[in-house]
Design a protein around this ligand. Structure first.
Ligand SMILES: *Cc1c(COP(=O)(O)O)cnc(C)c1O
Length: 441
């Protein structure tokens, strides 16, 4: 899925003059009233006119993208915003429990349209869960998934196994699995659905369309998103660039991409070493030098937020473009402690998310404290995956068992769970139970 001449990733480009997209964004709202049509029911294909790479008859949908934008007073307060200014876009509501379904629906549509019979991916868990689900529901293809050893949460692994995907666990981490799946796919002619696949990003653009829809088509000031392989951030930038090009919006938000401190390639390159899009010619020597440093130091990605535990993001260049499009976007890194505290606050505010998702909220809090985001600005944090994806991290954070806490989290330098909601241990006696309830409630 790379350019044969220059080696960089392909992009889906439309001739908007020929396609003639709608002249106003609220055109899309009317589709919801026709939700008996599967394409109008889908939160991705409701926006078909803005990702018109496949004819309607070829679209594969399982009802993805029924996701909500919610204003969150509790999380807003934690982040330091004035009331009414912080929104959460909850992508955990997708059929497989993460935003990946938006992109999978699009990649799957393309794969099917060219007659693919097998599709493969390397995954930290959610891409494989999504691919496995699309295969099992539609029976159009067989899934082959590559995961690193010991790096996948049980919630995600259980999905791949249940949905019947061929699951290859290789000795190595995500970056190794990614390198292998590319080789294997090209040798065996298997369709690759990682976000090197440009159609994945087309589907993920619709997350931004739904955010705008949730804000009655008003553009927010900030979009804050966790950064792993950087497919989401790249897709968001493309969405805004295209909407502006077509004339459907007249301003774009600023983009903040949040790395985990243990997997902070984008932060290092963009904020520390000054790597920029530079009109399509980013200085590759900066990136190569950094990767050489990683290799010579034998530095591996390491964070509790397994979905963003990636040191070599495949969409790096496209993400630089997105940061450029979005009014000088910013990149920050947050620690595992900050991620888990933010996650607990998201849960307490009514929406559960997995650790990687909470990086967006932790990042927004950091940016407010640094004065980069003003408390009066309108901020949308993307919650990328469902809470039940990684219950081990959640229980360990809240647990009363210090030994277990140390075992799971201590090695990562986390000493204190600021918002722990510990289970109360009581004897099996009615008086003691009543006493405990009165004491703690
Ligand atoms: C894949 C994933 C990410 C990372 O997204 P990228 O597009 O790879 O940057 C973040 N959070 C969750 C839950 C994910 O599944």
């Amino acid at each position: 899925m790379a350019c044969e001449a220059c080696g960089s990733l392909l992009d889906v480009i439309y001739d908007w003059n020929r396609l003639r997209p709608p002249t106003s964004l609220d055109f899309f709202e009317s589709k919801w009233s026709r939700r008996y049509d599967p394409l109008d029911f889908s939160g991705v294909w409701r926006f078909h006119e803005l990702l018109p790479f496949a004819p309607r008859e070829q679209v594969v949908t399982i009802g993805e993208g029924q996701t909500l934008l919610q204003e969150s007073p509790g999380v807003g307060k934690f982040v330091g915003m004035r009331p009414g200014n912080l929104y959460l876009q909850y992508e955990g509501q997708n059929p497989s429990g993460s935003f990946k379904d938006n992109g999978m629906s699009a990649a799957f549509t393309h794969a099917h349209s060219i007659g693919a019979k097998r599709a493969a991916c390397a995954s930290t868990g959610n891409t494989s869960a999504s691919l496995a689900l699309y295969c099992s529901v539609t029976k159009l293809m067989k899934a082959v998934i590559f995961i690193g050893s010991g790096k996948i949460s049980y919630g995600k692994l259980s999905q791949a196994l249940d949905y019947g995907a061929l699951t290859m666990q290789i000795a190595g981490d995500f970056d190794d699995a990614m390198a292998r799946v590319k080789e294997v796919s090209s040798q065996l002619g298997i369709y690759l659905v990682n976000s090197v696949n440009p159609f994945r990003l087309e589907g993920q653009k619709t997350i931004m369309f739904r955010v705008l829809e949730g804000l009655r088509w008003e553009v927010p000031d900030w979009i804050v998103v966790p950064g792993g392989n950087l497919g989401n951030s790249s897709a968001f930038g493309k969405a805004f660039a295209e909407l502006r090009e077509i004339g459907l919006i007249d301003r774009v938000p600023r983009l903040a991409v949040i790395n985990a401190a243990g997997a902070n390639t984008l932060y290092e390159l963009y904020e520390k070493r000054g790597l920029r899009w530079n009109d399509g010619r980013p200085d590759q020597s900066i990136t190569e030098g950094y990767y050489k440093d990683l290799d010579s130091g034998e530095k591996r990605a390491s964070t509790i937020a397994s979905a963003i535990e990636i040191n070599r993001p495949v969409n790096l260049d496209k993400c630089l473009r997105a940061l450029d499009v979005c009014n000088q976007g910013v990149v920050r890194e947050v620690t595992d402690q900050e991620i888990l505290d933010a996650k607990a606050q998201v849960g307490a505010g009514g929406l559960g998310c997995e650790p990687a998702s909470a990086a967006s909220v932790a990042g927004a809090k950091l940016l407010v404290s640094q004065g980069v985001i003003g408390p009066d600005e309108r901020v949308v944090c993307i919650l990328t995956g469902h809470q039940l994806k990684d219950p081990t991290a959640t229980v360990a954070y809240h647990t009363t068992d210090q030994e277990q806490f140390n075992k799971v989290l201590g090695s990562r330098g986390i000493r204190r769970a600021a918002f722990a909601n510990r289970a109360v241990t009581v004897p099996n006696e009615i008086d003691e139970i009543i006493k405990a309830i009165q004491l703690y409630s």
